[in-house]
Design a protein. Structure first.
Length: 113
């Protein structure tokens, strides 16, 4: 079993920045693929960004160039730096290792215009 816990959400302004943190514990390793996902009101959960084995990253088109995913492999902590926020970034953001079936409980991000 593994536990994932997100923090850093809250209220941001359009054009501003927020940084999310996902702390892990248990049976999840720095080599396991992980990512950030989000669910906006009335929509399905979608991939935001993910980091693969070897540190390769990819992003959804909607956040490319604005968000940066990173991972501290010594502590196996995942980050999401969100810049140039838009109101449409408003969602609950989840940290996940979907291949292993592990998810955090989510953190709300609300961006005001």
């Amino acid at each position: 079993q593994a536990q994932l816990m997100e923090s850093g959400g809250g209220l941001g302004q359009a054009g501003g920045s927020l940084k999310l943190t996902c702390r892990t514990s248990g049976k999840i390793f720095a080599s396991d693929p992980m990512g950030w996902y989000r669910r906006a009101p009335g929509k399905q959960r979608e991939l935001v960004a993910q980091v693969h084995v070897g540190g390769v990253t990819d992003y959804s088109d909607s956040v490319k160039g604005r968000f940066t995913i990173s991972r501290d492999t010594t502590t196996n902590t995942l980050y999401l730096q969100m810049n140039s926020l838009k109101p449409e970034d408003t969602a609950v953001y989840y940290c996940g290792a979907p291949v292993l079936g592990y998810w955090g409980q989510g953190t709300q991000v609300t961006v005001s215009s």
